[in-house]
Write a protein that binds this ligand. Structure first.
Ligand code: MTE
Ligand code: MO
Length: 408
């Protein structure tokens, strides 16, 4: 039930930089013209290879904007109206190069060390699989999703809306594992997870290791996942085993997890101490600033996006509450002047999942600014404007996430 648009129109409209770069690569004069017509886009600054890197070669290139070999986002028009994001359309973000398929040759033999519990020990995936199993639907979203909308030129990948997806994780609840190991040791305030990448020599590991701490309260929702969307978890997305903290930003969902420790303090890795910290523009990251942990309420329209003929239309989008359920979502066709309640579509897969929404609209010829505004179960609504911040994190302002629709 997806509105089909001429692909070329959509490409140019929604992802001008990708198209521009592609054409620039082949040296077409038309491409240069289209660049100047479209004007400056922050996305154009990122490298845009026309192909997928080897470790993500199984992905659907036509559904992705490839920012770099380590960063790929889902195209806005590829999200569709389904509840779940197919794995081959899911965004990818690596802080370090992907470790490659070799780490998954014997998945069941992969071990994770659990420390800071009464009886610390190493467990294989084979053992974890005997302890318990649950499936949770959750939005995976990078902290910098929406960074491209910040006018100050926040450094980092210029994600639009596509550094997010809603997927199914299957694995054992961390609580179950911890209970089997005698419970959390006394005085522990954080869960600290370490990624399994091999680190290059000659660099202080603390400056590059992907090791993140989340408050110990996350134990109630954390899961050690070995499946993504009912398939063995691809290495691309953290297989053989991933620490999944539903409702928390992407970075806290540590891939190829090797080590989980309950700790009194947060880890002293750079990615924790000064990275992923919300602060004013121009301010350096520091441990006294809010860490990118729980996600906020957010939504965006996914179709139609640029141009559409007059008549009756279904306006689609996705909405999620972040760390709590989404309660409702409204759509405005006039940039926030008048709002209409949209209807959720499909099954409710729980508080951490997103919900596709739809609003039927009769559209007469003209220009429309289509925006959406979600509200979570605690009554928090998306603000109109972004909160300016140095790294362009946590953007859930509804204004920037709107689309300008030409009805002909
Ligand atoms: N081990 C490890 N885990 C990691 C990362 C990484 O580079 N290494 N990147 C983090 C970031 S910043 C994000 S947004 C998500 C991206 O998950 P995905 O690549 O499966 O989409 O993984 C997180 N977990
Ligand atoms: Mo991220």
């Amino acid at each position: 039930m997806r509105a089909k648009e001429p692909t070329t129109t959509l490409d140019l409209a929604q992802n001008p930089p990708m198209v521009s770069r592609r054409r620039l690569l082949v040296g077409s004069a038309g491409a240069l013209a289209s660049v100047s017509l479209l004007g400056f886009s922050p996305l154009a600054r990122s490298q845009t290879p026309a192909t997928l890197p080897d470790y993500a070669a199984w992905k659907s290139l036509s559904d992705l904007i490839v920012h770099s070999a380590n960063t790929m986002e889902t195209r806005r028009d590829a999200i569709g109206s389904g509840v779940l994001t197919p794995s081959d359309k899911l965004f990818v973000r690596n802080n370090l190069p992907s470790p490659g398929e070799a780490i998954a040759t014997d998945r069941d033999a992969w071990t994770v060390n659990i420390e800071g519990v009464k009886n610390p020990r190493a467990l294989t995936i084979a053992e974890l699989k005997t302890m318990g199993v649950e499936t949770v639907a959750a939005v995976l979203q990078c902290s910098g999703n929406g960074r491209a909308f910040f006018p100050h030129g926040a450094s980092g990948t210029q994600w639009s809306v596509g550094a997010a997806g809603c997927v199914l994780w299957t694995g054992v609840p961390l609580r179950t594992v911890v209970d089997a190991l005698g419970g959390v040791a006394d005085g522990m305030n954080y869960i600290t997870s370490t990624g399994g990448e091999e680190l290059p020599e000659g660099i202080d590991p603390k400056t590059i290791r992907v090791e993140r701490s989340v408050p110990v309260a996350a134990l109630d929702r954390a899961i050690l996942a070995w499946e993504l969307n009912d398939d063995p978890l691809p290495v691309t997305h953290g297989g053989p085993l991933r620490m999944v903290v539903p409702g928390y930003y992407g970075v806290n969902n540590v891939k190829y997890v090797r080590h989980i420790a309950f700790t009194p303090n947060q880890t002293d890795t750079k990615i924790q101490v000064s990275g992923y910290r919300l602060r004013d523009i121009g301010v350096k990251g520091a441990s006294d600033q809010p860490s990118m942990w729980e996600m906020n309420v957010k939504s965006w329209v996914t179709s139609p996006l640029e141009q559409t003929p007059q008549g009756r239309h279904m306006i689609y989008g996705v909405a999620f509450g972040g760390s709590r359920a989404v309660a409702s979502v409204e759509v405005s066709l006039d940039g926030g002047g008048n709002w209409q309640q949209a209807r959720f579509l499909g099954p409710d897969l729980g508080p951490f999942a997103w919900r596709p929404f739809v609003l039927a609209a009769n559209l007469a010829p003209g220009d429309y600014r289509v925006v959406s505004r979600a509200t979570d179960s605690d009554g928090n609504s998306q603000p109109e404007n972004r909160t300016e911040n140095e790294r362009g994190y946590g953007h859930n302002g509804w204004k920037d996430h709107g689309v300008t629709l030409k009805v002909t």
